[in-house]
Design a protein. Structure first.
Length: 117
């Protein structure tokens, strides 16, 4: 099982970044996908989640209206489009898969996002 995040890096306040997570080793379409983040000295928090068929999404209040989660079950990928970035978005972002049937949870290794001017 692998979840490999990419697309992190440096972004300017007000700018945009797009994170991607490539999944392998499990039946992607059977898994609820989420993005979490962890800032220095803080607990890991849920950023956004998307159901198996993309029928429903949810977002943390802090990113509502700025971030968009999407998935492509044909390509086994989940993305996080991040707009209107602010310094409080600086964190390591993790991709998570939760099996609706298996109840198993997988995590990616994380990708750093830094927002500063």
């Amino acid at each position: 099982v692998q979840l490999v995040e990419s697309g992190g890096g440096w972004g300017q306040p007000g700018g945009s970044l797009r994170l991607s997570c490539a999944a392998s080793g499990f039946t992607f379409s059977d898994y609820y996908m989420s993005w979490y983040r962890q800032a220095p000295g803080k607990e890991r928090e849920l950023v956004a989640g998307i159901t198996t068929g993309s029928g429903s999404t949810k977002y943390a209040d802090s990113v509502m209206g700025r971030f968009t989660i999407s998935r492509d079950n044909a390509k086994n990928t989940v993305n996080l489009q991040m707009n209107s970035l602010n310094p409080e978005d600086t964190a390591v972002y993790y991709c998570q898969a939760y099996g609706i049937l298996s109840r198993r949870t997988f995590w990616g290794q994380g990708t750093q996002v830094t927002v500063s001017s």
